[in-house]
Write a protein of this length. Sequence first.
Length: 120
Amino acid sequence: MSDSLWCDLTTEKADTLADYYVEVMGWKKEAIDMGDYNDYVMMKADGTPAGGICHKKGCNENMPNGWIPYFTVSHLDTALQKSQRLGGTLVGKIRQFGEDRFCIVTDPAGISCGLFEKNS
């Protein structure tokens, strides 16, 4: 079974929703410079990351709206092949995060998640 690693919220209203979660959840937001706009890492009161809130533009313009959970997999390429064989689709390309790799998939029911291979 894969472990849940992270959640991102992708939306056209990232600034507004980041403020919403600051008020409702008590999270703090840390801006991540994306060039001409900021995305946010949302931090719990104890300083641990709770997730990310991202604008639906730039590298995230093709991401589905809503929360996207990321699950760890042992071998990303194998998991992606199985996903496609079973009716899933890839959303965008495989992306790098340091030495780690991930890709968003949509399952046969249209539900999205990220598959994340930790190499660091």
